[in-house]
Design a protein around this ligand. Structure first.
Ligand SMILES: Cc1ncc(COP(=O)(O)O)c(C=O)c1O
Length: 385
């Protein structure tokens, strides 16, 4: 872990800040490119996970496409130099101006998530005098066996169109003249560690594609989303997620002939290369005996623990004490849920010590806010040290 190796040098920077190990990011990208090339799979980076310019420039070097979830994410990707023909755009609630921009850019596919959206895209494309490529985001009704806050493909979820609704409107969809339905898209959730779930997903995709093609649709690609989980518990044991296993499962179970297969990975690309470095401001003990370490980061820099109860491994990287103690690590925000973790065993911790909150490269900085008028955190990159 990078912060441990360079702990004393980190005192030069104002905390809290994100520390990015760009060498690890490159190794991760090398792995995903190498493993996906074995099967000719196409990989998009889900820019929502982290839209940092420096990281995006590195990701672009490896030839990945982009998956975006808003007009501004799409604009960011285009401005960062990604080819619009490698960009897919999902989202349940796209505004007219966002759709107009996507149509104008001629992206790989707008992943439509409702019949109404599909009709609107057709109308907006007609207005622009274009035919726009679209993928149908289908809700596959799969339990991804992950934190329920980040599952996206169960029947009652807001994401995707139900398969039944697609069937009901099949003729109307095929009659649209300004959209070309080129693909099927689904994304069942995030932080999926039980990989057999992807087997169920493949079986669903096979049936959906076969049935819809029988009804006269013809798809060029299937986009099976992202979701590969990372090891938050002991990140040192698995700094690079197991892309090989996921691709092999998909290879063995997806049966869609020679259609292109696309993936949209966010967390698995950037989570492990980022750490949030924070300083211990104060220690105190509650009347109930709970030892608190109050740090200068908070839910405004990393909201995942407060939002979803997510776990991040935390370590004191500057303490030279022999003994360990259990701490509840709390942040500076005026919210009782602003707790990074409880019962964390740390080397005896004092004011001024630096802690690292690991595996924070995904959905960390990109979800940061200015609540309490906190400053947004800075970033330090290993290749600039
Ligand atoms: C449509 C879509 N694709 C891809 C992703 C990326 O998922 P992950 O970060 O789990 O790889 C998400 C995340 O929410 C998503 O909603």
């Amino acid at each position: 872990m990078l912060s441990r190796q360079i702990a004393s040098g980190l005192r030069a920077y104002e905390t809290p800040f994100y520390l990015y190990d760009t060498a690890l990011l490159r190794q991760t990208l090398e792995s995903v490119v190498y493993e996906s090339n074995k099967y000719g799979y196409k990989v998009h980076y889900a820019i929502k996970a982290n839209y940092d310019d420096h990281l995006l420039a590195i990701i672009r070097e490896y030839g990945l496409g982009i998956d975006c979830a808003s007009g501004n994410e799409l604009r960011k990707a285009v401005e960062a130099g990604f080819d619009p023909r490698g960009i897919v755009y999902a989202g349940v609630g796209k505004r007219d101006k966002e759709l107009r921009y996507a149509i104008e850019q001629g992206i790989l596919a707008i992943n439509c998530e409702s019949i109404e959206e599909l009709m609107l895209v057709d109308a907006l494309a007609a207005e622009a005098g274009r035919v726009t490529d679209v993928a149908l985001r289908i809700n596959p009704d799969i339990d991804p066996k992950t934190n329920h806050c980040i599952d996206t493909g169960q029947a009652d979820s807001k994401f995707g169109i139900s398969y039944e609704e697609v069937l009901e409107h099949a003729e109307a969809i095929k009659a649209l003249r300004h959209v070309d339905i080129v693909g099927i898209h689904l994304h069942i959730g995030s932080q999926i560690r039980e990989l057999h779930v992807f087997e169920n997903m493949c079986n669903k995709v096979n049936a959906i594609v076969e049935n819809l093609e029988r009804l006269g649709f013809s798809f060029r690609f299937v986009d099976v989303g992202g979701g590969l989980g990372v090891n938050y518990d002991v990140p040192e044991n698995e700094p690079i997620p197991n892309f090989a296993s996921l691709f092999s499962i998909v290879h063995n179970h997806l049966a869609v002939g020679d259609k292109e297969v696309h993936f949209e990975f966010g967390r698995s690309i950037v989570a492990e290369c980022g750490e949030l470095i924070t300083t211990v401001l104060f220690n105190k003990t509650t009347a109930t005996g709970r030892k608190l370490a109050i740090v200068d980061a908070s839910m405004t820099e990393l909201i995942r623990p407060a939002l979803y109860g997510s776990y991040h491994n935390i370590e004191n990287i500057t303490s030279e004490e022999e003994g360990r103690e259990k701490y509840t690590i709390v942040g500076t925000a005026c919210e009782s849920t602003d707790v990074f973790d409880e019962n964390v065993s740390l080397k005896k911790t004092r004011r001024g010590d630096l802690l690292t909150i690991k595996s924070a490269g995904a959905y960390g900085m990109s979800m940061a806010s200015r609540y309490n008028l906190h400053d947004l955190p800075g970033a330090v990159y290993s290749d600039e040290l």
